[in-house]
Design a protein around this ligand. Structure first.
Ligand SMILES: [Ca+2]
Length: 337
């Protein structure tokens, strides 16, 4: 039996975060997957922290998982607050501005940074952290308690790039760019005991789906998850429909964490983040030629099994289990005992 993954999710929700949280909760609930979500820490990113806490609360309530603790985290980037402008990507509330009924955030008293440190110590050597927003909380935690870099087992980071493809600037991906100093601190610190897995922007792009798949397959699933997702993604889909391309990047990181066979190509590199420069601030620097002569600190996920990923998206949306044979085989095993 595979060792249970004990998972803390750091999120700046964000509609694609909601998708990824639903996927993690599907794994959390499934008795055949050894996967337990022990908390969600919130960080400013796609939208300000207050909206993030509301969106995470709403996401958990949608699937009856409001007992999983939520922690309010960093309000702003470490050095340079990121200006989202007048028209944030996922709307002014981060959830598509669809006039959802008000929700009262259900929060723990403990700050997210303290929660990261406490849970890293509590589950020493066993905790996995999945980050789907800027790395402000984690960078602050490792500065406050450097030992956590030896206590955390695996770190999955959604963000950055390995071929200098940007989504926010020419060479900057949002999660890294929005707090470049934090990303720099994290990559420079979590390199020994903790295995860092990075799902970069280029891999998100190359594993994209179509808006037809989103609307005609996922959109038709009659589930609490899709009732929420169809509302909060409606405006984004209006914008994206002419391109024919749809993706929810954060979901790819959660899928890689849940299902390691999803990864069909990955490579270890020494990586860091450029924090200065007119054009290159926020770019992930990947030493592909081994010029720096530093040991690799990061496994870059370069390619994934897209049909399997789409089955996992259907599952995240409340549809059938993505790998029915696992359940059948486990059932037969149990029956024969
Ligand atoms: Ca996110």
């Amino acid at each position: 039996m595979e060792e249970e993954k004990i998972v803390l999710i750091d999120t700046d929700a964000g509609t694609d975060d909601a998708w990824a949280i639903f996927m993690c909760l599907a794994a959390h609930r499934d008795p055949y997957i050894p996967f337990k979500v022990v908390g969600l820490t919130c960080v400013t990113g796609n939208i300000g922290i207050d909206n993030v806490t509301r969106n995470v609360t709403r996401t958990l309530q949608t699937v009856g998982e409001e007992n999983i603790p939520i922690f309010r985290g960093s309000e702003t980037a470490l050095v340079f607050p990121y200006d989202l402008g007048d028209n944030p990507y996922f709307g002014k509330d981060g959830f598509g501005d669809t006039n959802l009924p008000p929700v009262q955030p259900k929060l723990e008293a403990e700050h997210a940074v303290h929660a990261i440190i406490r849970l890293a110590e509590l589950y020493k050597g066993k905790l996995t952290i999945l980050t789907m927003g800027p790395l402000t909380n984690l960078a602050t935690a490792v500065r406050l308690k450097p030992e956590i870099k030896h206590w955390i087992k695996d770190l999955y980071i959604l963000g950055g790039n390995y071929k200098a493809l940007g989504d926010t600037t020419a060479v900057g991906e949002f999660n890294v760019l929005a707090d470049a100093e934090a990303a720099h601190i994290v990559l420079e610190n979590f390199s020994s005991a903790c295995h860092v897995h990075n799902v970069p922007w280029e891999t998100c792009v190359s594993s994209s789906s179509t808006t037809a798949f989103r609307e005609k397959v996922l959109g038709k699933i009659n589930s609490n998850e899709m009732h929420l997702l169809n509302k909060i993604e409606a405006k984004r889909l209006e914008i994206d429909r002419p391109t024919g391309i749809w993706f929810a990047p954060d979901t790819l990181a959660s899928a890689v964490l849940i299902e390691s066979t999803l990864v069909t190509r990955s490579k270890d590199y020494y990586c860091t983040v450029e924090v200065s420069g007119k054009y290159c601030r926020g770019m992930t620097v990947v030493d592909k030629a081994f010029i720096e002569k530093k040991p690799p600190n990061c496994t870059i996920v370069e390619k994934v099994d897209v049909p399997l990923f789409e089955r996992m998206l259907i599952w995240a949306a409340g549809g059938p289990y993505y790998k029915e044979w696992v359940k059948r085989n486990c059932q037969e095993l149990n029956d024969s005992e």
